[in-house]
Design a protein around this ligand. Structure first.
Ligand code: ZN
Ligand code: ZN
Length: 356
């Protein structure tokens, strides 16, 4: 991955931001711009130089992963070192990521007085919305492991299994097949528990007639996958069959609305209208989807009124759901890649209602 090219793209925004340097502290952004995969580092980027800061635990890793940048280590805090470096570089006005510093660290920086610190919105994230071929390939690999785990877990479903056991099957299958980790704790929800959008798996045992909602994913070289499927274990209540059909129609409408240049709000509306017209508008209480990449939830946002403009090359989820308290719920989620003439879903797992 060409990290220096990414830093160049970022620098194009520097004059507009009216700062001498950018302090990047959000780790996914540090990784995107430098290749560093550890858990503590900052980047200071000026017109002429990019500096990588970390603590001594990561000195060796940084030597390997960030060979092209001037590297500085500090202990215990970067605040004092940052001031010295900025003075040395003649960069007294530093923009920082408002979402990337604790208030405590901000206060220390401001009180140190060595530099003027200026809050910035998201400056790196929009660059990350567009995936290059290498990033897309990693996301596709993560999706492939996700589909594979889904095959194994659905084949193993048996009466009496608990939600926790099924969640473990999913997570183990992805790791055994080569994932470096799970994208988030897998959601497995049986029957009435499927009415909770983000149910935490418990000891509820599977019984005939339950719907089973799976929402899970994994990580390959830092890139995430995210998929939801809802199946039935034995013949489900008729109401849930209808809800499944409805959610699937909404999901298709959301996917079909996506193309380069539309806003996240437009895609959200296309799916939400289908559910609203069927009378279940108040049972779909979350956004339609989100970008996926180095973070499981990133931009662009597909939610009500979102003005995020979807670029070609974005990878986003489309995941409408309808939830009926006490009775169950259905969500169907695909990651899609936005191409010139529309969105291409990445999962190969069927979306239609499967009765196991
Ligand atoms: Zn999900
Ligand atoms: Zn999602």
């Amino acid at each position: 991955m060409d990290h220096s090219l990414r830093r160049e793209h970022l620098l194009a925004d520097l004059p507009e931001l009216q700062v001498d340097a950018l302090l990047i502290t959000r780790l996914p952004n540090v990784r995107y711009l430098s290749g560093f995969t550890g858990s503590n580092a900052q980047l200071l980027i000026t017109e002429t130089e990019a500096l990588f800061l970390t603590d001594p635990r990561y000195e060796e890793q940084a030597r390997r992963e960030v060979p092209d940048l001037r590297r500085e280590t500090y202990y215990p805090e970067f605040v004092a070192r940052l001031g010295e470096i900025c003075l040395e570089l003649g960069a007294p006005r530093v923009g920082f990521e408002a979402a990337g510093l604790t208030y405590k660290t901000y206060q220390k920086l401001a009180e140190a007085g060595a530099v003027e610190v200026v809050p910035m919105g998201e400056v790196v994230e929009p660059l990350r919305w567009v995936k290059d071929a290498e990033e897309l390939s990693l996301i596709e690999q993560a999706q492939e492991l996700t589909d594979h785990a889904y095959d194994l877990a659905t084949a193993k479903l048996a009466e009496g299994m608990t939600e926790k056991e099924v969640a473990l099957e999913l997570e183990q299958a992805m790791r055994q097949a080569g994932a470096e980790g799970i994208a988030f704790d897998a959601i497995v929800a049986f029957g009435e528990n499927a009415a909770e959008p983000h149910h935490r798996p418990n000891d509820r045992a599977l019984s005939p007639g339950d719907v089973v909602k799976f929402d899970f994913g994994c990580v390959v070289e830092g890139y995430h996958s995210d998929m939801t499927r809802t199946v039935a274990f034995g013949e489900p209540p008729g109401e849930l069959v209808e809800i499944h059909e409805l959610v699937l129609r909404a999901q298709r409408a959301g996917v079909e609305a996506l193309r380069p240049g539309v806003t996240g709000g437009t895609a959200d509306k296309a799916a939400r209208e289908v559910i609203r017209e069927a009378g279940y508008g108040d049972r779909f209480g979350h956004s339609l989807g989100h970008g996926v990449g180095l973070e499981i939830h990133e931009g662009p946002g597909l939610r009500r009124e979102s003005t995020d403009v979807i670029p070609e090359g974005a990878v986003v989820t489309v995941e409408p759901g309808v939830y009926l308290p006490g009775r169950g719920g259905v969500r169907i989620e695909d990651m899609v890649v936005v191409e010139t003439d529309g969105a291409r879903p990445l999962p190969r797992s069927p979306r239609e209602l499967v009765v196991l």
